[in-house]
Design a protein around this ligand. Sequence first.
Ligand code: PMP
Length: 428
Amino acid sequence: MISTIMNATPTMLDHQNTNKRLQDPIWAEVRAQFPILDQQVNGRQLVYLDNAATTQKPKRVIDAISTYYQEYNANIHRGLHSLAERATAAYEDTREAVRAYINAKEAAEVIFTRGTTEGINLVAQAWGRANLNPGDEVLISGMEHHSNIVPWQMICQERGAKLKVIAVTDLGELDMASFYDQITEWTKMVAVVHVSNALGTINPVAEIVQAAKKVGAYTLVDGAQSTAHLEIDVQALDVDFFAFSSHKLYGPTGIGVLYGKRTVLDAMPPYQGGGEMIKEVSFEGTTYNELPYKFEAGTPNIADTVALLEAINFVNELGKPAMHAYEQSLLTYGTEQLNTIDGLRIIGQAANKISVLSFAIDGIHPQDLGILLDTYGIAVRTGHHCTQPLMKRLGLPGTTRASLAIYNTTSEVDLLVTGLRKAVKMLR
Ligand code: PMP
């Protein structure tokens, strides 16, 4: 039933249709799967617009965690008893579901991590230490999250390599002339964000990967903000590494994925040493396990991995193209409505963008705005969004960011706009 309505995409940009759809009882069913949304905050109905920070979780994800602990909690891979076998099967089922979700060639290329940050650190440390030498270059962009800047700074410093940065335009797009200027035969890694968390810009990652391959560079795409919204096909993209976090994909916190091409992962040394990642240990030396276990030292986060399967099923059942179309209609509506507020400027006006409404209002500090909106029950994020170099480039201390997910509605956008009008009156 849900997929029927979600597949109705044709006139999504028409507000009348959007409003009609949002009132549909079947639509209400999608939203009703998120128990947290049905609550009052500061005496008002919660309006949750901080989805780029983390999405809320459908009940099936919450239930999966509790079922795991109530019915089959056991350590995986090494146990022969029934609970261990059930837990191992569930853990590996998620790996297979992730493989299909991003169209990896094989499940062994899916490594479970704590999240995007750990995935990028794994690559910077394990791949970087083995592959970067003095004079080599790592190319990132001016709109990276700190988690795709600092790990590269650290390893470049250690290895004597140089970190270079693709410029960002005033509209908040990558300056592709700057990219082509800076990619050279010395470039060993190009690591870019797929979708900017601060601006919503969708970057041309396929073009970037192709150009990187021409100079023999490796590639990493930070998929933290794209994986819940866009179709991901790592084989078509031909990228070496792709990192994302479950918690921005309607799944639990504390679990994420690093995809890596088998050839590249096989050639890399392990990231951490310990149990699970070994074949045989003696005091004379150790042989390492097969992929993906070589990169999964220690007891992993089994409960949250098992629950991630439910998040993936949730998205798959709704269908990504329909979700994307719906979210785009909300974005268009939100952009139009925000533009009616006096002195408000949308930050990030890329031709290709999703789900993020970042803005600045003349004479008002984002933090004051955020605090006031919270008193109306509206949750937005304010500040630099872990992209300080980008804020510096744009000449802003930070922005106010409303970020959208599949359960948001035009009525919530209206409440945001009403709240902003009130706030502007009070704060100016
Ligand atoms: N990259 C981007 C673009 C992000 O938005 C985030 C989270 N805000 C991260 C990386 C880091 O993700 P995590 O904190 O889940 O590791």
